[in-house]
Design a protein around this ligand. Structure first.
Ligand SMILES: [Zn+2]
Length: 154
């Protein structure tokens, strides 16, 4: 016979109103998607963006929903033929494929570090929200990470 272990659920017997975090009971339980402390939260083109200041740059959590495609959902809002952001960070969940203007392609599946140069289209593959944790310095991101201002070959 196995020795009895303490029940992990014991503290859930406390009344809900006495539990810490009660006010956020409706927030997602998934910590990767939960409300992010101190972040500026925005939604644009179906993409959820949480931004925090970090040192002299920013750390962002960007969630791209299943079915998202930059050229379909974001292009009409930003008025450039391709996404001109540099993305440097960590793809924590999901899969993202994309292409550059010259036909070069990328196919990124979490978990992995990512570097995407400006001048791309990209879309979510599969049924998982793609969650990208990225580091940027706003308009100077490409230069800061020594990336070209648009994808090209040396
Ligand atoms: Zn190329």
């Amino acid at each position: 016979m196995k020795p009895k272990r303490p029940r992990k659920s014991a503290r859930s017997k406390r009344p809900a109103s006495k539990r810490p975090g009660h006010a956020q009971a409706r927030a997602p339980r998934d910590p990767l998607l939960a409300r992010m402390a101190g972040a500026d939260h925005r939604e644009i083109g179906g993409v959820s963006i949480d931004t925090t200041r970090a040192a002299n740059g920013r750390v962002k959590r960007v969630c791209y929903p299943p079915g998202f495609r930059w050229s379909t959902h974001m292009k009409p809002l930003v008025n450039t033929p391709l996404c001109m952001h540099a993305h440097v960070g960590f793809l924590a969940r999901g899969r993202v494929r994309g292409t550059y203007a010259d036909g070069c392609a990328f196919d990124l599946t979490a978990p992995r570090a990512v570097v995407i140069e400006p001048g791309h289209d990209a879309w979510v593959v599969g049924k998982d929200t793609a969650v990208l944790i990225e580091f940027d310095t706003e308009n100077s991101t490409a230069a800061r990470f020594r990336l070209p201002d648009s994808h090209r070959h040396a």
